[in-house]
Design a protein around this ligand. Structure first.
Ligand code: ADP
Ligand code: MG
Ligand code: MG
Ligand code: MG
Length: 417
């Protein structure tokens, strides 16, 4: 099939088309008549098949030439599968064991065969159900520090990083989705926008007339587009993370490109804050006080772990062309290197608050909403949760330079009306 032109798989054609692949035979055995195949894609963009046999299991993810959420009227290039494959291999090298193992890649068919994560569930779903996963803050803090540090000029050779920058520069259309859907559309009456109406109408009008917020969102867009700092995951929300009580995995890096470190961290944190604000809409089964405290604790752990690991890598793996040891430690000026580290982490903190605030807005005002809020059936109740999140997002984005740490943000989350 390598030579054949692209054709979308179906549950009926997958077996005959892929059964000769060594990667499939090794995991599933050679006889496709015993394979059980189901399509489970619940994302916005792609086909995802689970294939199981007596011998084992795999996932086959295939890009479609259009946006699944919208339909064939919105074309989207198949090459996103190429970027997903290359991002997965880099993340696997930079933080081993945190992404599903890649078993096979076919560029023409835009498909990746990978490890089937089971009994993992999507983290967003687990948080809606009120599950307190014990390891996510730690695991994700490490994942972000390692992937973001090791993909940057702090670590890579200048030539190696520039080659990777060039490779991922082709991911134009997926960046374009973020550039428009995240940073611009929420702040005017874009056609595909939606919000809980009429309850949120006044607040939405207020935000769209808020000059400071609009300028902030465009400054964050400017950073997103211009600060080619490291290979970011690009879509690091709680729907791109699969969990068990003991394991945390990051999936779906098709939006990967060279951008600011703070983008991944800000997007992930915003999703924990949105989960926090949505908990009040899920209290029919009992109080979510413990869940709320848990979520703020996850943010705290994740940020502390991130900073500690980043600082560790700064001290032990700073082999790139930035802040060379030859200027600092090698001349007996370890303090200079620590001072530079403080600046880098401080800038990252300020920027992540900007990205987080904008991401909250777009998930409530834009095209792609979050199940955290969408599954709250009572519209009045949902709108009350969303309104608090919107105000919180505005506050942390616009005032990002004056907010001094996670305690201060989490205290704001607790008291915002
Ligand atoms: P999309 O790019 O369309 O959002 P995802 O990669 O997020 O696709 O996958 C969609 C869904 O398929 C996930 O939410 C998850 O339920 C399931 N899935 C994806 N990859 C795996 C995997 N390796 N193991 C188990 N389930 C997976
Ligand atoms: Mg999903
Ligand atoms: Mg996805
Ligand atoms: Mg995706």
């Amino acid at each position: 099939m390598e030579a054949a032109s692209y054709e979308a798989l179906t549950v009926d054609t997958l077996g005959p088309r892929l059964c000769r692949l060594p990667a499939m035979q090794e995991r599933l055995g050679a006889d496709p008549s015993g394979w059980r195949i189901r399509e489970v894609g619940d994302g916005n963009l792609n086909l995802v098949f689970i294939v199981e046999s007596e011998a084992g299991s795999v996932v086959v993810k295939q890009a479609l030439p259009y946006v699944r959420l919208v339909g064939e009227s919105w074309p989207l290039p198949l090459k996103r599968s190429f970027f997903e494959y290359h991002a997965l291999t880099r993340q696997a090298a930079r933080d081993p064991g945190r992404v599903p193992a890649v078993l096979h890649f076919d560029e023409a068919q835009a498909l990746v065969v990978m490890e089937f994560l089971s009994p993992h569930v999507i983290l967003r779903r687990a948080l809606i159900d009120g599950r307190e996963l014990p390891h996510i803050g730690h695991d994700l803090g490490l994942f972000m520090a390692r992937t973001l540090f090791r993909g940057s000029d702090l670590s890579m050779s200048a030539a190696g990083r520039k080659a990777d920058l060039a490779l991922f520069a082709g991911n134009v259309e997926l960046c374009d989705i973020t550039e428009n859907l995240v940073f611009s559309d929420p702040y005017f009456e874009a056609e595909l926008n939606a919000h809980t109406t009429p309850q949120l109408d006044p607040l939405v009008a207020e935000l769209r007339a808020d000059r400071d917020m609009k300028v902030t969102a465009q400054r964050m867009k400017h950073l997103f587009a211009a600060k080619a700092e490291t290979l970011v995951h690009g879509d690091l929300h709680t729907g791109s993370i699969m969990v068990t009580d003991d394991d945390t995995r990051v999936i779906d890096p098709e939006f990967a490109f060279y951008g600011p470190m703070a983008f991944d961290v800000g997007m992930l944190f915003s999703n924990f804050w949105m989960s926090y604000f949505s908990q009040a809409g899920h209290e029919h089964g009992g109080s979510r006080d413990s869940m709320r405290a848990y979520l703020l604790g996850v943010l705290d752990t994740c940020w502390t772990t991130f900073r500690n690991e980043f600082a560790h890598l700064w001290r032990t793996e700073r082999t790139g062309m930035l802040y060379q040891k030859s200027l600092f430690e090698d001349r007996g000026d370890a303090l200079g290197a620590e001072q530079a580290l403080d600046h880098v982490l401080h800038e990252l903190w300020v920027d992540l608050l900007g990205f987080a605030g904008v991401e909250i807005h777009r998930r409530i005002l834009g095209l792609a909403h979050n199940a955290d809020f969408e599954t709250i059936e009572d519209r009045g109740r949902r709108a009350a949760c969303e309104a608090r999140a919107l105000k919180f997002g505005r506050h942390i984005a616009v005032n990002r330079a004056q907010i001094h740490g996670m305690d201060e943000v989490n205290a704001l989350a607790r008291r915002i009306e």
